[in-house]
Design a protein around this ligand. Structure first.
Ligand SMILES: Cc1ncc(COP(=O)(O)O)c(C=O)c1O
Length: 388
């Protein structure tokens, strides 16, 4: 019999997948679970990927990624963050942001080192930290302040084993965007305790109401301790193409590149070619998707406000709404399971994003308006029964 390691046994399957799999048992299901755009990549990007395959750009690339892609990423970071990154030494292209996060954690953690994570959060962070031998230390974001970071709680969580803080803004699952005040305070903590910050920016282009993105790396003294983690998955509707990257201090990027040589070797080469087109080509597809998400978010908020017992703090970004269901009298897993069984609507229990998600469910509005309309009719009927 092949033995499974203790470290692997520790890793729990995600509750998002659990709901997704459970939903397969029902017909006429309306699912609002998965965190990916319901759009596909734009035509010019698809064509660039196909052309790369036809022209034989199908070999391994450099471990750090194709240089023209790293140059395109450097231009994109200059454009979107106002920061300069040397394409040769400060950028590594990875299979998705997940690949970048994993290499980053593997590069910086020794066994038992701690990483501070603000919950509710995308729990892959916790699993990846464990996979790299570290310990995740969770602090709570503040629901009363729209789930903004609680930097005092972060400061109190720092110990002599703390190596890094993970920042995810806009945040999956709450849609919160960290306030400038919180970012300034976070930068102070990172500098005071000499910590790295992994800034997961995969949703930074899905922002509403004129909100502007502030990159942590652009704050004084932060470029040398921030690793920007980003990908084309959400921004360009390219989840399955698996192209992401990390940008940051050269000494960290070179170590991550060394590890990548021994894991995936590189991100898929034709997909890297398509990524160059996505970053350098017209940005109209992104603008269109963002506007569609904004329209849907407004619709979702309107429907939530009209259903007694439901509420939601206004998502400033992403395509998620984090619904407060405490007035239903049900815990979040029971709520999600009963909603599936009784109305065939699938949402993710808030506890899939850590214990502080109790009392909430996540709804992804990366879904058609028609399905959102039907979904909310069913949710309204369910809530009426809960109250009745
Ligand atoms: C916060 C966050 N970071 C990273 C990812 C993974 O992105 P990628 O597809 O680039 O690996 C996701 C995917 O849902 C996410 O929600």
């Amino acid at each position: 019999m092949i033995q499974i390691s203790e470290n692997t046994t520790l890793i729990q399957p995600s509750k998002i997948r659990k709901m997704f799999n459970k939903a397969l048992e029902y017909d006429q299901v309306l699912s609002f679970t998965l965190g990916e755009p319901d759009f596909t990549a734009s035509e010019n990007v698809v064509e660039a990927g196909c052309r790369a395959i036809r022209e034989g750009q199908t070999k391994y690339s450099a471990n750090a990624g194709l240089l023209p892609l790293r140059e395109a990423i450097s231009g994109y970071l200059k454009r979107t963050e106002g920061q300069e990154y040397d394409p040769v030494s400060q950028i590594v292209v990875t299979p998705g942001a997940m690949g970048a996060l994993y290499l980053a954690l593997k590069t910086i953690l020794n066994p038992g080192d701690e990483v501070i994570v603000s919950e509710p959060c995308w729990t892959n962070y916790i699993q990846q930290i464990q996979m790299c031998g570290g310990t995740a230390v969770s602090v709570q974001t503040d629901p009363k302040r729209g789930f903004d970071l609680d930097v005092e709680a972060i400061r109190s969580a720092v110990t002599d084993r703390t190596r890094a803080i993970i920042l995810n803004s806009p945040c999956n699952p709450t849609g919160a965007v960290a306030s400038r005040e919180a970012l300034d305070a976070l930068a102070q903590v990172a500098k005071e305790f000499d910590l790295a910050v992994l800034a997961d920016e995969v949703y930074k282009h899905i922002l509403f109401d004129g909100a502007e993105y502030t990159s942590l790396a652009s704050l004084p003294g932060m470029a040398e301790r921030t690793l920007v983690i980003d990908s084309l998955s959400k921004t360009y509707a390219m989840t399955g193409w698996r192209v992401g990257f990390a940008a940051g201090p050269a000494e960290v990027i070179s170590q991550m590149t060394k590890l990548q040589e021994n894991t995936s070797a590189c991100a898929s080469t034709p997909c890297q070619c398509a990524a160059i087109e996505a970053l350098n080509g017209p940005q109209t597809h992104l603008e269109h998707m963002r506007e569609q998400y904004r329209i849907r978010r407004d619709y979702v908020l309107e429907r939530i406000a009209s259903i007694p017992g439901l509420s939601c703090s206004k998502p400033q970004g992403t395509f998620y709404a984090f619904l407060d269901i405490r007035q239903s009298g049900l815990d979040s897993e029971t709520f999600a399971m009963r909603l599936l069984e009784e109305e065939q609507v699938v949402l993710v229990p808030g506890t899939a994003f850590g214990e502080f998600g109790e009392g909430y469910v996540r709804l992804s509005y990366a879904a058609s308006m028609e399905s959102l309309e039907q979904g909310f009719d069913r949710i309204a009927a369910f809530m009426e029964r809960c109250h009745g």
